[in-house]
Ligand binder design. Sequence first.
Ligand code: OGA
Ligand code: NI
Length: 362
Amino acid sequence: MFNSAIVFDPSTGTSKKFSVPIVQELASQNLQKLPQRYIRSEKERPNTFLLPHLDIPVIDMDMFLTDSDLCRQKESEKLGTACQQWGFFQAVNHGIPLSLLERMKGIVREFIQLPLEEKLKYKIQEIEGYGQTFVASDDQILDWADAMSLTTLPPENRKMEFWPTKPSDFRETVDQYALEIQKFGETVLCLLSENAGLKSDHFINMCGKLIQNMRLNYYPPCPRPDLVLGLSPHSDSGCLTVLLQDDGIVGLQIRKDGEWIPVQPIPGALVINIGDMLEVISNGIYKSIEHRAVTNMDRDRISIAMFCNPSGETKVGPAPELIDELHPCQYRTFTRADYVQNLFSGKLEGKKKKIEFAEIKS
Ligand code: OGA
Ligand code: NI
């Protein structure tokens, strides 16, 4: 029931291997007491500083297709405010068929329910496969979740040995979904570029060739959801993340002004958030916000995160057009590969640790 996490350590130039349990197996054992490795310190536990009465902004993507300049302008302002002040929004009427969203959730559930030995055929190596990423030491507190990570686009970057063959429509469904999300992500990048006063393809051009990664998150029920986290606080590392989540169960929380706000799922909607790269490219206009996932006692939860990332050789830095006397340059330019090396050298530790290596201190 153990799976290994292999982590590259840039300080020694070697990879280290750690054994971590498959949480789904742990959860099925009706444990009387949680293993110590999952128990968070008081200040990290889920129910501190909760602000349940606020909701993240909802953007109606249909509004960008209307003939009315006024409607488009209003929604664009809402989108801009959402990405500047929240770094998160939910998109409704996004144009991706609901049947495809349901099928995606279906294949994830079907994969999760396969016997362990079948899933371990796709055991994680480095960063792709089934298991846990971001395990950096033997004594680190672990997340109450299992995950499956895959590179989905461009097709030539796929490592098919990690792509499950069961359920039988897994590959075909992911392929279709990946293309839909890419199109949708590009639309959002264009809207945000225009919203920042730039030509619509400006951000896309700055991102270079886009690489898409997918993470299927599985959060088993937990006997003590008050003591654990499903996913440690972090910001996402790419440009944009598009999250599809289970209906009717809350797990994702985002940090706003020091407090944690739960994201109430809207059936059929997608949750979009700004990643570190877009915060840098926009010279800090759009915010990459810390978020985490909590678990539930009676129900499991799945989510499907699609990350839209610049490729490794891409130089990432603030758009010169967004720098002036009033808006000084906030980040130095770096390659995506440098950033990723920094990222995978540690556990998930909130936002600051990852992006601060590029911050220009005034
Ligand atoms: C992620 C993430 C949140 C969730 O995969 O990066 O933030 O609710 N997931 O699963
Ligand atoms: Ni995330």
